[in-house]
Design a protein around this ligand. Structure first.
Ligand code: 5GP
Ligand code: ZN
Length: 110
């Protein structure tokens, strides 16, 4: 999709610090990290948001990638976040899972 930053990263037109890639998913460091570890786990195919997922198996692929990224980075305590829609804080209209770690993460979140 034109002008989608995450499609740009998937296609190699925008640079990102990639930490993981498989057939369907890439993961890269967030450009504005909210924790010492802040990775975005992203489907290669453009899907606008969590509410637009057509293939439920995509969730399995994304969550599996999160587990593999955490193992690769030797992280045992982490939080996964999906913001869906502007009122929930979604700013990039391409589905992504935030993987946050490396500091105490309060609950409930703000
Ligand atoms: P959202 O607010 O949509 O849940 O999260 C979007 C995230 O993407 C934010 O944490 C933001 O810092 C990150 N982000 C936005 N544009 C870019 C980019 O071009 N490269 C990278 N690596 N992260 C981005
Ligand atoms: Zn996209």
């Amino acid at each position: 999709m034109d002008k989608c930053p995450f499609c740009g990263i998937v296609q190699g037109q925008l640079s990102a610090q990639r930490v993981y890639e498989d057939q369907d998913v890439i993961a890269f460091k967030d450009v504005a990290p909210q924790a010492p570890v802040h990775i975005l786990v992203v489907p290669k195919a453009h899907v606008q948001s969590a509410s637009a997922v057509e293939d439920p198996a995509l969730w399995g692929r994304l969550m599996t990638a999160c587990t593999l990224v955490a193992r690769q980075l030797k992280i045992e305590d982490f939080r996964l976040v999906v913001n869906c829609g502007a009122a929930a804080g979604q700013t990039v209209p391409h589905l992504h899972v935030h993987l946050l770690a490396g500091r105490l993460l309060g609950w409930p979140p703000g």
